[in-house]
Design a protein around this ligand. Structure first.
Ligand code: C5P
Length: 398
């Protein structure tokens, strides 16, 4: 899968630089084209000539050297790269990228590229566990950068703990898989609903909920990256729609219902992350409701349960629901899978810390129509999105 792919390997300073030589030779064996960029401190460990011989390409080390070809090198490699792999990645390069610093050829190339960037960190355990480094990693992950976790063991500095560069064989396998995974939903049409619905009371007031749309938008982005043709039907959110996704903006549950039904027939996979309001005010006042003496009440009527309706006309499509609960999560989820005729449901306890509405992470369980339960550890919504898409593949029939 890596044959003919352009891998730009950024090598930063650390004793593990010697292992990057092995990464280059393994990538070359898979017939990838490898361009190496070295930072100044990386060159303190291994000379550029070694990487030059292994990659059979000139090694880039300096932003201001005379270009060997007439293009601006940091832009040309940034554009050429299918994947940018930083291995070993120091706390320094992670910190620079996380904070928008582009002061050498490697950080500039990363900044100027739209390719997937993968970091394989290697550093002293205490540095790796430092809150600042960890926050930088979380920030970068939430922006779509990927990390190959370092291993634990005896480090070059004598410390024992996490921080050892992952094995070159595993790093190359990860990069190889990235290319394979990228297109596993090619040709599939995926419909995702996201965000809250807004039910108007009058021109200035409404009933809504705490959904921010993060989970649904992460799913739309992940499905699109994996090659799917994605339609995202979203209630009001503050999020920018992912690239290459067909966004349909709606406001109320009735609008969402209409938009979903219009698009449903042609889909292969439908995932309903939206937090749809179960009720709407019976009447929407044209004018602002004025206060009067005494109490007031608003009469609410039921909204259609969109997912329940879709379950009735499901056919061969994969149908996935979400269940946000504060108690009896599994029990309620199992009931919904049956009642709404779903393939599986993604259930979370919204009362739990780091899960549910507005958070970057989620803690979920998949409960499928065969009563299988998969417990997914706390992870970023982007990572959960990929796991949900992996699970949908179990149910694709056409
Ligand atoms: O029954 P409950 O509202 O908890 O079910 C949640 C699932 O049903 C979510 O996938 C949500 O998008 C969907 N739903 C819907 N229409 C409603 C209410 C919920 O599609 N009116």
């Amino acid at each position: 899968m890596l044959k003919g792919k352009n891998i730009v390997l950024g090598v930063t300073g650390g004793i593990a630089v010697y292992k990057a030589c092995d990464i280059v030779s393994r990538l070359k064996k898979l017939e990838a084209n490898v361009d190496v960029i070295m930072t100044k401190s990386a060159m303190e460990f291994v000379k550029p000539q070694t990487f030059q011989a292994l990659s059979q390409n000139m090694v880039v080390t300096d932003m201001f050297e005379t270009p060997r070809y007439w293009d601006i090198e940091h832009i040309s490699l940034a554009q050429k790269a299918d994947i940018l792999l930083i291995a070993p990645a120091t706390a320094n390069i992670i910190g620079k990228v996380a904070n928008g610093i582009a002061d050498d050829i490697l950080s500039t190339t990363i900044m100027a590229s739209t390719a997937k960037v993968v970091f394989a960190p290697a550093m002293n355990t205490r540095m790796y566990e430092n809150e600042i480094v960890q926050r930088n990693i979380i920030k970068l992950k939430s922006l779509g950068y990927e990390f190959i976790n370092p291993g634990a063991g005896r480090l070059a500095c004598g410390d024992i703990g996490a921080g050892k560069l992952a094995e070159p064989v595993d790093i190359v396998e990860y990069i190889n898989k990235l290319q394979t995974v990228k297109s596993d939903l090619n040709g599939k049409k995926v419909l995702i609903t996201a965000g809250p619905t807004v039910e108007k009371i009058d021109p200035v007031r409404f009933i809504s909920n705490r959904s921010t749309g993060k989970m649904g938008y992460a799913l739309a982005e992940a499905a699109s990256k994996r090659g799917a043709e994605v339609t995202l039907i979203s209630g009001p959110t503050n999020l920018s729609p992912p690239a290459n996704v067909n966004l349909i903006s709606v406001s109320s549950a009735l609008e969402m219902y209409k938009a979903v039904l219009e698009d449903f027939e042609s889909q292969h996979i439908v995932i309903k992350t939206a937090a749809v309001s179960d009720y709407r005010p019976q009447t929407i006042n044209d004018q602002k409701v004025k206060k009067k003496d005494g109490d007031m009440s608003i009469s609410l009527v039921r909204n259609p349960d969109i997912l329940l309706e879709l379950g009735k006309i499901k056919g061969d499509k994969v149908l996935v629901g979400f269940a946000a609960e504060t108690n009896n999560v599994i029990e309620y989820a199992k009931d919904k899978v049956k009642r709404k005729n779903l393939d599986f449901i993604v259930a979370n306890n919204v009362a739990e810390k780091d899960a549910g509405f507005g958070t970057d992470t989620n803690i979920v369980k998949f409960i499928d129509k065969h009563d299988n339960i998969n417990e997914i550890d706390k992870a970023l919504k982007q990572e959960i999105a990929d796991k949900i898409l992996d699970k949908t593949k179990e149910f694709i029939i056409k």
